[in-house]
Design a protein. Structure first.
Length: 393
């Protein structure tokens, strides 16, 4: 099989989308490393954890605050430790337990929405999407009100790391907040060990498989993982507004047929995948898409490209909220499929349902919107939205 001429990915959102659609399923970059774009090929890489390692991040020094994001972080972990740790987490974070969080999620959404109602212009990420997601995670964990404000600040600064236009030393802010959060989390974990409650931290403490339990550092690291991966729900909430704002006919259809909301969310995630790509490293020679990728090679796995593969999705470049089937892989595939996917769906569905039910119209202000670098992720660190609200009955 011939290898196509390599051109580096553009930073422009529209140009990158076209670039992704034009790629061969598997391509070798001249500077080294491989890129996988096709849907079947991407799924094969993600499913083949024996050949493609997730341990692609450099070790973090013990004296670095960033160690919090490494201990207990399932994202960068291979079996067997990944299997054991995920099994422990799954005991606590069950789909049934997550489904029971919906009243709390709805209440959180309505609380933040009440603070916006009547205002014509809203900083959507800072005032709604980010604090909703951070507060849901904090309440789910059993964090009291004062700690929830810390989680909101932590969440906002994590998201700002992906903003190429952000001012100031964003990494230093995250490092400082991470130190504060780690100290705070260890206090909460100690308190729950002494007096368990009906919250996720208590459930993580109680989880046990074959006599193994989670240590305090692992629990704190799992909370950090929830905070960092929780940004996916924040970004999907802003992506939904961006995409729907560009497709007013879809908004009109949703208002007339609210039962399509779940389908619309799936299409947002396919059409504007928050995770542009993930990284893997080959641990042995492996054949993908007719190409032999040698051991020790870095492999960029382009989720956003796979979700627009015309071999799988008819008219893949078209946003269609009634698309069926829609087997997108925005949440990943294989053993690293997003553990928080049910929670993210609940957050996104409730937030969008309440927004659509509370407003007559909305419009994105391009001048007040800061798009992220799409080579890292599709999204925005901020989006100014002008709302026309329904009168409160």
């Amino acid at each position: 099989m011939t290898t196509s001429v390599w051109t580096p990915p553009p930073a422009d959102e529209a140009a990158l989308t076209d670039w992704l659609r034009a790629r061969d399923p598997v391509t070798r970059a001249p500077g080294g490393g491989w890129h996988v774009f096709g849907y079947p090929e991407v799924k094969e890489v993600l499913a083949h954890h024996g050949a493609f390692s997730n341990a692609v991040v450099r070790p973090v020094p013990d004296d670095s605050p960033m160690r919090l994001y490494r201990t207990g972080n399932l994202t960068w972990m291979d079996p067997p430790r990944h299997r054991n740790l995920r099994g422990l987490v799954s005991q606590a974070f069950t789909p049934r337990w997550v489904a029971g969080l919906e009243p709390m999620i709805r209440d959180t959404v309505r609380t933040f929405l009440a603070g916006l109602r009547g205002r014509t212009e809203v900083a959507y990420v800072r005032e709604f999407a980010s604090p909703v997601v951070a507060t849901v995670i904090a309440r789910m964990l059993g964090i009291p009100d004062k700690g929830q404000r810390l989680f909101q600040e932590w969440s906002g600064n994590l998201l700002a790391l992906a903003d190429p236009s952000a001012q100031g030393n964003g990494l230093q802010k995250v490092l400082t907040l991470t130190q504060v959060a780690e100290t705070y989390l260890h206090r909460v974990i100690a308190a729950r060990r002494a007096a368990p409650a009906d919250d996720l931290i208590s459930k993580l403490i109680a989880a046990e498989i074959d006599g193994e339990r989670l240590g305090d550092d692992e629990i704190a690291g799992l909370v950090a993982l929830l905070m960092s991966t929780g940004q996916a729900a924040t970004i999907t909430l802003v992506n939904a507004m961006i995409v729907l704002g560009r497709h007013p006919e879809a908004v009109a259809t949703l208002r007339a047929r609210p039962e399509l909301l779940d389908s619309a969310i799936d299409e947002v995630m396919r059409y504007r995948s928050e995770t542009t790509r993930v990284e893997r490293k080959t641990v042995r020679d492996v054949v993908i898409g007719g190409h032999v990728i040698p051991a020790g090679q870095s492999v960029s796995v382009w989720i956003a490209a796979a979700n627009r593969d015309p071999r799988i999705f008819e008219q893949a470049h078209v946003f269609d909220i009634e698309r069926s089937p829609n087997p997108h892989i925005a949440f990943g595939h294989g053993i690293h499929y997003c553990l928080g996917a049910p929670l993210a769906r609940l957050e996104i569905r409730n937030a969008l349902a309440e927004l659509l039910d509370s407003t007559l119209d909305f419009a994105i202000d391009p001048a007040g919107t800061r798009l992220l670098d799409p080579r890292l992720m599709f999204g925005a660190s901020e989006a100014t939205i002008r709302f026309t609200w329904k009168e409160v009955q």
